[in-house]
Design a protein around this ligand. Structure first.
Ligand SMILES: O=C(O)CCC(=O)C(=O)O
Ligand SMILES: [Fe+2]
Length: 320
């Protein structure tokens, strides 16, 4: 089996833009827009989510993965249609190439969360409370980033408040155990996110990489920073102005890694297509419009170059 991790750039060759949310709105908005055009990833600091909420969340993640296995397994399911489940990356269909090296608790919720929490695990005792608070705060910050982006792009401030941003939100709690053979085992395969906006709380253990000029660049983050990246629907809506960039997680021999993802997601019946604000004679539609439901199914297979699936040819057909 070859090396699945591809060629990486030396550390420090490219680093994620750091966006300080305590600066002026116009400056922050421009920085988000530039990051979206250039790298597709950035990190935010001074985001207003307290150290305490972050520490609580991290401690709860540790507690969850430290529970006796049977307490997690009662939530186990390989059915990816289930909104709330615990599963292992080793159950992903990979065409026999390898198995992915992670465990994940995936939870979904309406917003506001309300009764959705009742379907989340009961153990550890404070899980619903801590995860619920974290999800609400993080989603709130994500919606604010989208409003700042609207200001910078000259869109109405509530552009993403409707169908594009009010589908059920998803939260994932990922654990990548230390791996005996990092050269051949990948944590999470290369993919672009299928939701609108992803907010990630990484651990201090590195592993996340994003695609940059055909190579993999390591993500390094500041303490308490969130990593933010744009999902494919945002690339489509902006007709390619914002870029949804491929990323992956690599494993390492000595340290387990943890991450928490919060995903702002369109509603299933929302039409995902280039918005008129991004279209002109010089800039014709590069993607065709489909409902988010269909969009999600089109992207259910993880493979390289996902965005090409939606690219329109000159004759109006689209690549398979
Ligand atoms: O674990 C990470 O750092 C990245 C997770 C990720 O890319 C995802 O859940 O879509
Ligand atoms: Fe991702």
């Amino acid at each position: 089996m070859g090396n699945l991790q591809g060629e990486s750039l030396p550390d420090g060759v490219v680093s994620l833009p750091v966006i300080d949310l305590s600066l002026g709105r116009a400056e922050v908005g421009r920085a988000i827009l530039n990051a979206g055009k250039e790298i597709g990833f950035f990190q935010v600091i001074n985001h207003g989510i307290s150290d305490e909420a972050i520490r609580d969340m991290e401690a709860m993640c540790e507690e969850y993965f430290a529970m006796p296995e049977e307490d997690r397994l009662c939530f186990h399911s390989d059915d990816n249609g289930k909104p709330n489940r615990f599963f292992s990356g080793s159950t992903y269909e990979t065409g026999g190439a390898c198995k992915y090296w992670f465990d994940c608790l995936r939870l979904t919720s309406t917003f506001p969360i309300g009764d959705s929490k009742e379907d989340w695990p009961e153990k550890p005792k404070r899980l619903r409370e801590v995860f619920g608070r974290f999800a609400e705060l993080t989603r709130g910050m994500g919606m604010e980033l989208l409003r700042l982006l609207c200001e910078a792009m000259g869109l109405p401030l509530d552009y993403f408040e409707g169908g594009l941003g009010n589908g059920n939100m998803a939260m994932t709690l990922n654990r990548y155990p230390a791996c005996p053979d990092p050269g051949t085992m990948i944590g999470l395969p290369p993919h672009c996110d299928r939701n609108l906006l992803s907010l990630l709380l990484p651990s201090t253990v590195p592993g996340l990489q994003f695609s940059y000029n055909g190579k993999w660049a390591n993500v390094e983050t500041l303490p308490n920073a969130y990593i933010v990246n744009f999902g494919l629907p945002l690339e489509v809506v902006t007709n390619g102005v914002l870029r949804s960039i491929e990323h992956q997680v690599v494993t390492n021999r000595t340290h387990a890694r943890r991450s928490v993802g919060l995903f702002i997601t369109p509603a299933p019946d929302c039409l995902i297509g280039p918005a008129k604000e991004f279209l002109s004679k010089e800039k014709p539609a590069r993607y065709r419009a489909v409902t988010y439901d269909e969009f999600y199914r089109m992207h259910s297979v993880v493979k390289h170059g996902l965005s090409s699936v939606l690219t329109i040819n000159a004759d109006g057909s689209h690549h398979a």
